[in-house]
Design a protein around this ligand. Sequence first.
Ligand SMILES: Cc1cc2nc3c(=O)[nH]c(=O)nc-3n(C[C@H](O)[C@H](O)[C@H](O)COP(=O)(O)OP(=O)(O)OC[C@H]3O[C@@H](n4cnc5c(N)ncnc54)[C@H](O)[C@@H]3O)c2cc1C
Length: 437
Amino acid sequence: MTADLTSAIMLRPGDPGYDEAATTYMRTGRPALVVQPRSRAGVAAGIQHAVDHHMVLSVKSGGHSALAYGTNDGGVVIDLSGLDSIDVLDDATGRVRVGAGATWGEVATTLGVHGLSLTSGDTKSVGVGGLTVGGGIGWMVRNHGLTIDSLVAADIVTAAGEELPLNDDQNSDLFWAIRGGGGNFGVVTSFEFLAQRVTRVHAGTITYSVGDVSGLLRGWCDAHRAGPHELNSTLVLMPAFGDEMPAMAIGMVCYSGADQAAADAAFAPLLALDGVVSAEIAEKTYADVLEEAHPPPGVTAMATNTLIESVSDEVVAEVADWYAGGTAGRLAFVRALGGAVGRVSSGATAFAHRTAEAMLVGAAFLPTDATTEQLVQELRPFDSIKALGIGAYPGFLGNPNDDVTDVYPAPTLQRLREVKRRYDPTNVFSHNLNVRP
Ligand SMILES: Cc1cc2nc3c(=O)[nH]c(=O)nc-3n(C[C@H](O)[C@H](O)[C@H](O)COP(=O)(O)OP(=O)(O)OC[C@H]3O[C@@H](n4cnc5c(N)ncnc54)[C@H](O)[C@@H]3O)c2cc1C
């Protein structure tokens, strides 16, 4: 049977809209065919076309994969941007259905009108599809958990073109796998979440000088351990960029609740740390906290990460060493976890590292003509931080040498492979952080 492509828009090189559809955040590809489904049947047709013609298959929701898996050269891209509906199914329970091709900025704005929001990521243009199947870490992660912790159902199209409902009672093995196992098991067309009733938050930045990086890291982590779970943050250790921008640390903070006094109390220990240069924190809507992101101009970057159970003195020393060393611009991000992340048992979803108190991200910046190998070399010293971690978060893995064994504990990976063998035995969905059957 040949693929019926009438349920989708087909774009080939030269067609209007092709260039945009072939482009992702990290890279512009040149696929032979872009399939923009209008329905689940269009998704199935795109999969079948790739299988019939032995072509590489990319699945693109928001196109923010750090390794540009959402595009390819010479293959098929299923671009889900048209499946972007956002519906409140039940105001009372906050149950919402979101198309995989919607972006988190659109979700925040639409749900905000209903007094709702969803624990997701920090960037407007990131896609619902890719972030959710990786886990989802954002400004409400410590009080409302990962994005997958609010997921109650989904619809998927499998490698065989079957349309399956996923929830705790139907195809529950697959429902478990898509909550952290990435794009290995099919194309999720829509997700149903129980949204949060957070509308107004207190958020902004605290800027520090970086005279004592170790002291700052220790104080930062202590404040989060003692603080409320509404306190969410990312601390960024930035190198100097030219003469105009000195090295500094920027704490991006969000108290995910409306209470002014409680927010002030949560921020107070961070504002009392040595080296504060300035602070700009204000009450705003949750949608206003999400940011636009653009790849930094004039440089090429690569990132990797590890999840850390306890930011001990040893970890602090390694991060300070990483930040101080190197020939290029090196950044370190400390993203606070803990709280609600740990309320879910490690076997309940394919995101298993529930005991992490922080995610540490290392990023290297080099001039635009640097090769992938040079970037990989620049990231190599981060391995000594990884050695202290329990595994990586797939969303922030941009090093092509990182693989599934860096992400999943052995029992989780074994279970993912069993699900893979059941639903995608020939590895149709291989252009991703690949779980082999
Ligand atoms: C600027 C930037 C900011 C980010 N901020 C955050 C953040 O705050 N929190 C966080 O957790 N992550 C964040 N990320 C990481 C992000 O979650 C991952 O890169 C994610 O994969 C992007 O999803 P996407 O849909 O935009 O990307 P895509 O490139 O479209 O998808 C990435 C991969 O996910 C899989 N996939 C996508 N859609 C589907 C689908 N519908 N069904 C099945 N599989 C699918 C495919 O394997 C695909 O190759 C950020 C990334 C960037 C570049």
